[in-house]
Design a protein around this ligand. Structure first.
Ligand code: CEZ
Length: 790
């Protein structure tokens, strides 16, 4: 019996879910440059703002580890959220919207994700409740509208209890009370610290959490325990009793709960507005109230957020036979690219590879930001030419978490980002711009890239293979090379590809000497890989300090790694026979219905010759999940070797559906691409395909690039725009609007009998070399592409 599809794919800019049970972890997110709010369909909310380090203002119910955004955050009681309890004051029955914490089965339910707001519509006990969350374009505050309607034919006497969690704020000091002067419920804390030097930073923090209503409530409660009483979250005493005690919290876990008594005549509707968020002072709260709770305040905020997001709309609008992919590519993917490029995944020390790859994505959204990011990163290049593990975004920032662990791959991303940006802008003059770094003499961009490439080429052993230290692109691969002998096959391939890419840029700018040098170094990397890493069926992932190859057939777990195959193809290392063997091996060992996993079979025990990676749960994260970033590299490689159908099939499996069972198993809404879907398809079929719900991923920039440059084949080059599509053979026709160097290109693709090669005409004139040159900014071009039948 097929289950009904609870998802209404994006029809008008919103993706909708009609049941709170079918995909309980389904989330959507809103962001502005200082704040990210990820909300799930049941009302749980994970909100973080930058001050300048990431911080919460609605906390877990007890002390929680400060860490970066993690995948698969499990639901738990008292999980931070935004709810409203609704009580019928005639019979005492009650429910809560959107669904948690009471979980009373709804008569009707809708979770609706938009780019500028998230909405819930719930009908229960014959009462309709709409909740809308929006953010302003710049301030750190949540704008909530709660509307209650009586669709019935009799008057309803109701109590509303907006319940916004504050949680356990601080072991040093936490309290909350109603502030009559502000007309707000304000919770206060002191961010815990012990070191004297930390006080100046703590002093500047927004240690207030406030709920400021637009309408004065009948009552409030500032402490969590008296609100719940013996009834607990599911049936709080305050709700069953039908009133609040106007209590405060005195070094007790705060809560922001209000009470409204109202009578709704048949057909009557009442709306309430609330601001919820962090603040440093009462004056800040006052100012936010004046800015947003005035007439039109929310509407202006929504307009400003829409205007801000419109700046991140991307350069491609696709119209294909796959409407869901169109909606995702035209709206949600550039939004995710913009989010990562603007917020740096909510860190002040983004990992250098993440910072650079997010900048790659911005080449299609806001090229100026890419240019700035390249300058900022190169200014932190070490005198040796190495790139640091993390990029510091402000003077007080420090390298934290994984950035304190030496990884050797960061330099290889520089020419890849530069190439994407140069293809988009054609601005080769940038290469001559001088950049002063924290270390060493001022050098031009071009000199810095060459120095970084020489660092990569020198970071190799006598065999010519790249040393891995405690990790490369794969962060937790920390025990392959800590003794300084272990090598990464992937990094050797990536080094070859980076050198080749830089060589081609140098050739474009006439620097043939550097190009020749780089190609010689690249050839040596290619030789080393071919000599030491072909395992007979596919390429090995690396060789450990003790000389043990891994990612090879002889291993009982982790026999094959996807990245070692993708980048061998990207760097042109594999022969035709090897290509055929690798494609077969990936299909056999790594392809699953939910996508291509990054290694297989997953590790089920610690392998001390590889490290922390193998300790991750089988099928999660790097240990054999469908790690979409790695799958994106594979898609790029498949297009590079002219495998469009296989590439498209792998790409399409990064998104849920269109089959209902696929959607339900992943539990993911098509409003962002998560960093992974569970793997271990054979070992753990029950959880295979489940989404991590993590919005931070290098997949977003690469997937966007692939859609623009590979699928629709609209890639910039020195002369202009090259047209070389690789549509899936099943597509008879498609259309794309491409914004490029200030001009608009309306491109239609049509299969045609009797032709063997694509035919391109521009404004009715044949374009034999399929390159549109002498592009005039502001001009509109009509491009017709005839494609042979597959
Ligand atoms: O972080 C990502 C990094 O941000 O892991 C990727 C890496 O390429 C990205 O730059 C693959 O390793 O430390 C850990 O165990 C974490 O798993 C991180 O490796 C991981 C985070 O979970 C975010 O996905």
């Amino acid at each position: 019996m097929t289950r009904p599809d609870p998802v209404r794919p994006d029809a008008d800019g919103r993706v909708e879910l009609t049941c709170p049970l079918a995909m309980p972890r389904a989330t959507a997110y809103l962001w502005n440059p200082h704040l990210v709010v990820q909300a799930n369909c049941r009302g749980h909310v994970d909100a973080r703002h930058m001050q300048p380090e990431p911080a919460r203002y609605s906390y877990a119910p007890n002390l929680e580890a400060k860490t970066f955004l993690q995948p698969e955050q499990p639901p738990y009681p008292h999980q931070p959220g935004r709810f409203v309890y609704v009580r019928d004051d005639d019979d005492g029955a009650f429910f809560s919207a959107p669904h948690e914490p009471v979980r009373r089965p709804p008569e009707d339910f809708l979770f609706s994700a938009g780019s500028a707001d998230i909405q819930w519509r719930v009908r229960n006990l014959g009462v309709e409740v709409d909740m809308t969350l929006a953010l302003p374009a710049d301030d750190v505050v949540e704008l909530w509208t709660i509307t209650v309607s009586n669709p019935g034919d009799r008057a309803r006497r109701l109590s509303l209890f907006p319940y916004f969690t504050v949680g356990y704020m601080s072991w040093m000091n936490q309290s909350a009370a109603w502030d009559p002067a502000l007309g707000a419920l304000v919770a206060r804390c002191v961010t815990p610290y012990q070191k004297l030097d930390d006080w100046p930073k703590v002093r500047e923090m927004k240690d207030l959490t406030f709920l400021l209503p637009g309408t004065a409530p009948n009552g409030w409660e500032a402490a969590r325990e008296p609100f719940e009483g013996e009834g607990g979250l599911h049936a709080p005493d305050a709700v069953t009793r039908g009133g609040l005690q106007n209590g405060d919290a005195i070094y007790e876990t705060p809560l922001a709960a209000l009470h409204y008594r109202l009578t709704l005549e048949p057909g009557e509707t009442r709306s309430f507005r609330f601001l919820f968020g962090p603040a440093k002072t009462a004056d800040d709260i006052q100012a936010l109230g004046e800015r947003y709770l005035c007439d039109g305040g929310f509407e202006q905020a929504a307009e400003s957020l829409r205007a801000y997001q419109a700046r991140g709309r991307g350069t491609l609008e696709m119209h294909s036979p796959d409407a869901e992919l169109d909606a995702f590519a035209n709206r949600w993917l550039p939004r995710q690219v913009h989010y990562q490029g603007q917020t740096n995944r909510l860190t002040t020390d983004p990992q250098t590879r993440n910072y650079l790859q997010d900048a790659l994505g911005m080449a299609y959204v806001d090229p100026g930001a890419t240019r700035q990011a390249l300058r900022h990163a190169l200014a932190q290049q070490e005198a040796s030419g190495a790139m640091p593990d993390g990029i510091l975004l402000n003077a007080d920032a420090e390298l934290t978490y994984i950035n304190q662990v030496p990884h050797t791959d960061h330099a290889c991303w520089v020419p890849l980002v530069l190439e994407a940006w140069l293809d988009e802008t054609g601005d080769t003059a940038f290469l001559d711009e001088p950049i002063s770094a924290t270390e060493g003499p001022a050098r031009s961009v071009g000199e810095r890239v060459s120095t970084a490439m020489h660092w990569l080429a020198d970071n190799r052993d006598a065999r010519g293979l790249s040393l891995i230290a405690q990790g490369d692109w794969c962060d937790p691969m920390n025990m392959v090379g800590p003794a300084g002998r272990g090598v990464s096959g992937w990094l050797t391939m990536a080094t070859a590809f980076a050198l080749q890419t830089w060589a081609s840029i140098c050739r474009r700018t006439g620097d043939t000497n550097t190009a020749a040098t780089m190609n010689t170094l690249a050839d040596d990397c290619v030789r080393a890989v071919r000599e030491h890493l072909w395992d007979g069926g596919w390429f090995a992932r690396g060789i450990t300090d003790d000389g043990r190859p891994f990612g090879v057939a002889s291993e009982d777990e982790g026999k094959i790694y996807l990245n070692a195959q993708s980048w061998a193809l990207l760097a042109g290392i594999a022969s035709a026979d090897q290509q055929a063997s690798m494609l077969a091996a990936v299909e056999k060992h790594l392809d699953t219905p939910y996508g291509t996993t990054m290694l297989g079979p997953p590790y089920t025990r610690m392998h001390e010759h590889i490290g922390r990676l193998t300790q991750k749960h089988p099928g999660s994260a790097e240990n054999g999940s469908v790690y979409n970033h790695a799958a994106a590299f594979w898609v790029r490689a498949l297009y590079a070797i002219g495998e469009p159908d296989r590439a498209f099939a792998t790409l399409r499996r990064m998104l849920p559906g269109p089959d209902t069972e696929d959607r339900l198993q992943r539990g993911q809404l098509p409003v962002f691409v998560p960093n992974y879907y569970r793997g271990a398809y054979e070992l753990h079929p029950r959880t295979a395909g489940r989404s991590s719900q993590l919005i931070n991923t290098g997949t977003a920039p690469w997937l966007y690039r692939i859609l623009v440059e590979d699928l629709f084949g609209l890639r910039g080059c020195d002369q202009g725009l090259r047209v070389a599509p690789q549509l899936p053979s099943g597509w008879e026709s498609a259309r794309a609007l491409r914004r490029f160097r200030g001009a608009d290109f309306e491109v239609s693709y049509q299969r045609q009998d009797g032709i063997r090669h694509p035919r391109v005409t521009v404004n009715g004139v044949a374009c034999d070399d399929a390159i549109i040159s002498d592009i005039e900014p502001g001009r509109h071009y009509t491009v017709d592409v005839r494609l042979p039948r597959a």
